[in-house]
Structure formats: structure tokens, C-alpha cells
Design a protein around this ligand. Structure first.
Ligand SMILES: NC(=O)c1ccc[n+]([C@@H]2O[C@H](COP(=O)([O-])OP(=O)(O)OC[C@H]3O[C@@H](n4cnc5c(N)ncnc54)[C@H](O)[C@@H]3O)[C@@H](O)[C@H]2O)c1
Length: 462
């Protein structure tokens, strides 16, 4: 039996998730009413402009706007008319305790319920802790008119920024938590080819946290192996490739890097720890991944401090500020975190990024924002690549060497050909690339081993 059915959908929130969902659902064939309460954002959207950088989104969004498949509203009640399903795509930012702040989503759910004039399914796409759909349903019951039934379901979103349209259209799975007709209705929004997993609401909510926590663990683990590689003088990229070739492990998210960050992994890992604690449980693996992530970044700055003979007074060109390549999002960006650590050591940080949107609270993290790579690197002592934008991989090492005052390059994302930098006279460093870092392993072993005599391996930086 065919699952897909054309529907009228209300989407609340025109951010990365809501805007992508709006464009893609319209492309799939639904009629979308998009509500965005931020007036500046809404007027940009009305002009056909996309307020975020997301490859492919502008094309499908403007097409849907032109053919009337997307209509824009500032208030939920205006967009609710005719919609059978209301998808909540609003932010759930972390509170200081690590728990997600649910006030925005609670307000949005209540507003939908207040405005509903017929039975409505409220679908939570935002990332929320297990039990939230049930709590929101109680809020909706309190807010809804008499005889208007509002049920709340979970439909977590797994898209990656920078690839959001592709991921939405080609998901590994569509997860729907709920039961009865509501579950069938939400499932019918997605084309039949998309693999569907249905379960109870708490389980669906937890899948999102557990998935993000696992990804964070994988990156932290990769960086822990990379630190071992540096100390042993071997290549982390090859070692991790060998590990990831095991089909039980898989190679994705297993690269040495300056660590994980962004709008989701930090808040969802701390969310998972907070959820576990509130239930009297521990999340030791996830807590370890969080600590390892901080340690990995501090190690980078310590290495740079050592190799420069002290960062105080050095001019560091930081290439990249967004939380990863392909997005303008700088929320919890590892590159910005690195900039803060470098500045705390007394370095002057001149940063360049082709897309990143810095918020007022992040401006202090850097000394100057350059408009080009050349501007950032002119007279620099050290170049640090913090984001894998492809243009950084195209820099000519010889030309860069001529422009800089010093000759240290640190590749935090594995995008540079460090051998060609070394040939151009650089001290070329990368994560998990010990031998480039003038590392000398020292191996002691007895002349003739006995079973009891284990070789002792140590290393030191020359
Ligand atoms: N960004 C991602 O990559 C991603 C991926 C999967 C899941 N998520 C989750 O999805 C949720 C949304 O994330 P995002 O990155 O899209 O957030 P965002 O901050 O980019 O967008 C949220 C939007 O909702 C709007 N909004 C808030 N309250 C509103 C209301 N009552 N009416 C209308 N508009 C309202 C805001 O103005 C904002 O534009 C979060 O829970 C996040 O954890 C995000």
C-alpha cells in the first residue's frame, strides 16, 4: 500500500531545520505554511532570500515560493488554517545545567493548540529529551479549545548542516514516535522510498540524543588515537583508515580533527548526560567524550606554544571560523574555541572565513577579521587551519611562505598537503602527524627478549 499522501503542513521556525523541511516538503509535493517570528528573517524569506548558507536550499525554496507551495506567516494561527500537521522546528538551546531549554518549544506547542480549530497533530522535529512529547501534549490539552483534539508525536531530524537538503531528501531513516492514526499521518508525509522506523515517543526522542552522542564519541575516540599516533610518530589518517575499514566500525566520523562542535553535538551530549543524571544513571562514555574533546583542543594549543617557543606576541592567522566547512553556522565552533585558547596564551589572532556569521558574543574570540586569506596571512608567524573549506587546500605553500613572517603551519582538519609545506620550508604540523612535528620516538628493548620482558616504548619531542 502506498504510504505517501499530499498534505497541508504548518512548519514553525524558519531556521536550518524548519527552512530545509519547508523547501523539501514543498519539493516532495506538500503545501507548506512556514511560520517565522523573527521579522527580519521573515522579510528576507518573503523576498526569496535565504538567511542561512545551505547549498541547494535557495533553489528549491524560491521554486516553492514562486509556485505557491510555500506560504509565509509571522503568527502560528495565521498559518494553521487548513493544516492537519504542525511541525515544530524551533530551537532547544542548552541551559547552563546542560539540560535543553524547552520554553521556546513549549510556547510554540501551546500556540498551535490554542489556534487549532480541528484535530491537529503536533510533530516535534526539534531535539528534545525523552518525555517531552508527553509533557507538550499535556500543555496542548490545557491550551486547546474544547472538542479539539491535539496529539503530539516525535519525528526527530538528522540532517547535517552544509548538506541539509541532500540529507532531508536522502535520509538513512525517518523516525516517527507515536501511535495510531497520528503515526500513519506523519509517516505519510515522507515518500515511500524513505526507510521508516516507528516506535514509541520516548524511544524516538532518545534515538536523536543517542545518535549524536555516538558521533561525538567517535570523533573524540579518533582524536585519542591521533594523540597516540603523534606520540608514536605514525600517521593517524592511515591508522584510522585501517580501523574504519572494519565494517563493524565504519570510517565516517573517524578522522583526526580539532574536535566536534556546532549547534547539535555539544548541546546533545550535555543533554544526554543531564538526562541520564536526572534518572539516577551515568553517561560515562559520553562524559568521557566531552572531556576528551576539551583536552584534544588544549593539546593543540600546547603544541603550538611549544613549537613557537611561546605564543605570547605571535601573530596567528586562523583560517576558518564556522563550526565546519559548508556552513555559516558558528554555534559552538571548535575553530572559535581554538581562537579563544590562542588569545588566552597571548597570541594575536587574525581570522578569515568565507561564510561564517559571528555573533556579538563571539567577536572577542579573535583580534581581527580579515576579508581574504592573503590579508589574514600577511606577516603572520603561524597559520592554523581550523575549518576544511576547500580554498584552504588550494593555497600555494611557496607563496604563503613569502607572505608570512614565520614558517609554522598547523592543519587542524587534514586538508593541507603537509609534505609540500615541509618542502617549502615550513614546520608543518597536523593532528596525528607526529613525525612532521620533529618527534623522535625512543625505543628501548632488551637485546634478547624473554616472555616476561616486555618492550618499553616511549617518545619525546626533539
Ligand atoms: N541545525 C541542525 O543541524 C539540526 C539538525 C537536527 C536537529 N536540530 C534541532 O532542530 C531544532 C531547530 O534547530 P535549528 O538549527 O533549525 O534552529 P534555528 O535557531 O536555526 O531556528 C529556529 C527558528 O525558529 C524561530 N522560532 C522560534 N520560536 C518561534 C515561534 N514561536 N514561531 C515561529 N518561529 C519561531 C526562530 O526565530 C528561528 O529562526 C533544535 O532543537 C535543534 O537541536 C538541528
Amino acid at each position: 500500500m502506498k504510504r505517501f499522501q499530499e498534505s497541508t503542513i504548518l512548519i514553525v521556525g524558519g531556521g536550518y531545520v524548519g527552512l530545509t523541511a519547508a523547501g523539501c516538503f514543498a519539493e516532495i509535493g506538500h503545501n507548506v505554511h512556514l511560520v517565522e517570528k523573527d521579522l527580519d528573517r521573515l522579510s528576507m524569506l518573503a523576498r526569496g532570500e535565504i538567511p542561512i548558507y545551505e547549498p541547494g536550499l535557495e533553489e528549491i525554496y524560491t521554486r516553492a515560493l514562486a509556485n505557491g507551495r510555500i506560504q509565509l506567516h509571522q503568527k502560528i494561527e495565521e498559518g494553521l488554517y487548513g493544516a492537519e500537521v504542525a511541525l515544530l522546528c524551533v530551537g532547544t538551546p542548552p541551559s547552563p545545567s546542560g539540560d535543553p531549554n524547552l520554553t521556546i518549544i513549549a510556547a510554540a506547542a501551546s500556540e498551535v493548540a490554542r489556534g487549532a480549530v480541528k484535530a491537529t497533530y503536533v510533530v516535534v522535529k526539534s531535539t528534545v529529551p525523552p518525555g517531552t512529547c508527553e509533557a507538550l501534549e499535556l500543555i496542548c490539552h490545557d491550551s486547546a479549545r474544547e472538542n479539539v483534539k491535539v496529539a503530539v508525536l516525535s519525528n526527530p531530524e538528522f540532517l547535517r548542516e552544509g548538506r541539509s537538503v541532500y540529507d532531508f531528501m536522502n535520509p538513512d531513516r525517518v523516525v516517527v514516535g507515536g501511535e495510531g492514526e497520528g503515526l500513519l499521518k506523519v509517516a505519510s508525509l515522507y515518500p515511500d522510498e524513505m526507510e521508516l522506523l516507528t516506535l514509541d515517543r520516548r524511544g524516538a526522542e532518545l534515538i536523536k540524543y543517542a545518535s549524536n552522542a555516538f558521533l561525538a564519541v567517535k570523533v573524540s575516540f579518533a582524536n585519542e588515537v591521533a594523540a597516540l599516533c603523534e606520540t608514536l610518530g605514525t600517521e593517524a589518517q592511515s591508522v584510522l583508515r585501517g580501523v574504519g575499514m572494519d565494517s563493524r566500525i565504519g570510517g565516517d566520523f573517524l578522522n583526526p580533527s580539532i574536535g566536534w562542535g556546532g549547534s547539535c553535538l555539544p548541546k546533545d551530549t550535555s543533554g544526554m548526560v543531564a538526562i541520564s543524571r536526572s534518572l539516577g544513571l551515568n553517561s560515562l562514555v559520553v562524559e568521557g567524550a566531552i572531556e576528551a574533546n576539551d583536552t584534544a583542543r588544549s593539546r593543540i594549543v600546547e603544541r603550538l606554544d611549544r613549537v613557537t617557543g611561546g605564543l605570547r606576541g605571535t601573530k596567528v592567522a586562523l583560517l576558518g571560523l564556522s563550526f565546519k566547512a559548508g556552513t555559516d553556522d558558528t554555534r559552538d565552533s571548535p575553530a572559535i574555541y581554538l581562537a579563544q585558547l590562542l588569545k588566552a596564551k597571548g597570541a594575536e589572532v587574525i581570522a578569515y572565513d568565507p561564510m561564517a556569521r559571528l555573533h556579538a558574543s563571539q567577536l572577542d574570540a579573535i583580534s581581527t577579521r580579515a576579508m581574504t586569506i592573503d590579508q589574514a596571512t600577511d606577516g603572520a608567524d603561524v597559520v592554523v587551519v581550523g575549518v576544511g573549506w576547500s580554498e584552504f587546500g588550494e593555497i600555494s605553500p611557496t607563496k604563503l611562505r613569502e607572505r608570512m613572517a614565520g614558517a609554522i603551519v598547523f592543519d587542524g582538519v587534514g586538508i593541507l598537503d603537509l609534505d609540500s609545506y615541509a618542502k617549502a620550508g615550513f614546520v608543518a604540523m597536523g593532528i596525528g602527524r607526529g613525525h612532521q612535528d620533529r618527534f623522535k620516538p625512543i625505543i628501548w628493548r632488551p637485546l634478547s627478549w624473554t616472555i616476561e620482558e616486555t618492550p618499553v616504548i616511549r617518545g619525546e619531542v626533539a
